[in-house]
Design a binder for this molecule. Structure first.
Ligand SMILES: [Zn+2]
Length: 66
């Protein structure tokens, strides 16, 4: 069973391999690329696993739902 931190690391590593920006992440399940433009811009991928929020204005928040 993977920890929450492992899942975040997987997403961060995959996103890095795609050369995504600091305010972007890719879902490792549906391969949707999400871009959060600002602090109130919550984006969710099409399979529902990954959400990001926070944009460039603060630290990027990464949310995972099984
Ligand atoms: Zn997804």
């Amino acid at each position: 069973m993977k920890s929450f931190e492992d899942k975040i690391n997987e997403i961060n590593e995959l996103s890095r391999s795609y050369n995504l920006k600091e305010n972007q992440r890719i879902c490792n399940r549906c391969k949707d690329i999400l871009t959060s433009e600002n602090n109130y811009d919550l984006k969710k991928c099409s399979c529902g696993y990954l959400s990001i929020d926070g944009g460039n204005e603060s630290y990027l928040r990464i949310l995972i739902s099984e």
